[in-house]
Design a protein around this ligand. Structure first.
Ligand code: AHG
Ligand code: MN
Ligand code: MN
Length: 338
């Protein structure tokens, strides 16, 4: 890419994607448009998140979702915003959302595109009311079905075949981080311009970090191997850079974002209560796994790469160990030791 002639502000997200797509033979512009719509949804959600306390958007709706979790007003708003921004553009043929039981069809009045989009509209719901970072996660596949209508199978593809994945973190600034299989790039929203600008090109993780991130309140229900691993991380060993520091936000997007930028490991293990862990494969684990692998890190269920898990249902959960390659390998080695 020719980086000459940059203004002080550099690349917008849109221009960055446009320039890259131009280098791909046969690219139609559909992918660029898809990202424009996702970014638009992100900007709308970011604006509401910033005003949530004023706009009456804090608190819950009184309902629970398909996974039995309390639905917050911002969950609903973010879900509706994403659907509204994506359904009419003609890039997507089917969507899946953490907040919706079944695949979301495109209304018949709109054209259908070749992409399938899965998303967690608002990640970190329990942190909304206390002004802690929350986020949106998305995953993009190509349609594989050949019939007239797309089908559930289009949503149930392994992470390995994602063509793009990303997240938006609504933190002290709003950032859009994505990969389309060509490295990981981060963009920061300038709210006065209303655009995301490239701020973190080619993000890579160190081989090992200094931080572990896990909900230790679950220790009583962990397997002995997980307990042993966390104890080991806390055991002083200067040469090995231990003890590691502990950080846990409780918003995957925020915990993952820190892990991506600083290295280390985030885990949500399987436990005696949740045999498959807590996090969802399609719109949490798989997109983050694509991003982390593209940044030189690793993501594992504890027994194999997240990206190789073939989903059998939409809201499937999966244990997750993700971050610096060496730290994830240590976790896998230790949890199988005892
Ligand atoms: P969501 O708000 O989309 O339901 O996701 C919450 C997830 C994830 O963001 C976070 O890593 C994890 O739940 C935290 O769970 P615990 O409160 O059990 O630690
Ligand atoms: Mn989530
Ligand atoms: Mn959510």
């Amino acid at each position: 890419m020719d980086n000459t002639n940059q203004s002080e502000y550099g690349w917008t997200l849109e221009r960055f994607i446009l320039e890259r797509q131009r280098e791909i033979p046969g690219a139609t512009g559909e992918f660029t448009q898809l990202f424009q719509q996702i970014a638009l949804a992100g900007k709308i959600i970011a604006s509401r998140v910033n005003q949530a306390g004023l706009a009456g958007l804090l608190g819950h709706t009184g309902k629970t979702n398909v996974q039995g979790e309390v639905v917050q007003k911002l969950d609903v708003f973010s879900n509706q915003t994403l659907i509204h921004c994506l359904e009419a553009g003609g890039q997507v043929c089917l969507m899946a959302s953490e907040e919706v039981d079944d695949p979301i069809p495109i209304p018949t009045r709109y054209p259908k595109g070749r992409y399938v989009l899965a998303f967690d509209p608002l990640d970190g719901s329990s942190n909304i009311d206390v002004n802690i970072s929350i986020g949106t996660i998305f995953s993009v596949h190509k349609r594989v079905s050949t019939g007239n209508e797309p089908s559930l199978g289009d949503c149930l593809q392994p992470g390995r075949t994602q063509v793009a994945a990303g997240y938006i973190v609504y933190g002290s600034s709003t950032m859009f981080v994505f990969t389309s299989g060509d490295g990981v790039h981060g963009f920061t929203l300038d709210p006065s311009v209303g655009e995301f600008f490239l701020s973190h090109p080619d993000i890579t993780l160190p081989e090992r970090g200094k931080i572990y991130s896990v909900n230790e309140g679950n220790e009583a229900v962990w397997d002995e191997g997980v307990r042993d691993w966390v104890r080991w991380l806390k055991t002083p060993d200067k040469a090995a850079g231990k003890p590691y520091s502990s950080r846990y936000v409780g918003t995957l997007v925020a915990d993952f974002h820190r892990t991506l930028l600083k290295g280390g490991v985030f885990a949500y293990p399987a436990d005696k209560k949740n045999q498959s862990g807590k996090l969802r494969l399609l719109y949490e684990a798989a997109p983050m796994a694509m991003i982390v692998e593209q940044a030189g890190g690793a993501a594992s269920t504890g027994t194999g790469p997240i990206l190789d898990v073939v989903p059998t249902h939409l809201h499937q959960r999966v244990p997750l160990y993700i971050g610096s390659r060496g730290d994830v390998q240590d976790a896998i080695d230790r949890i199988h030791k005892s």
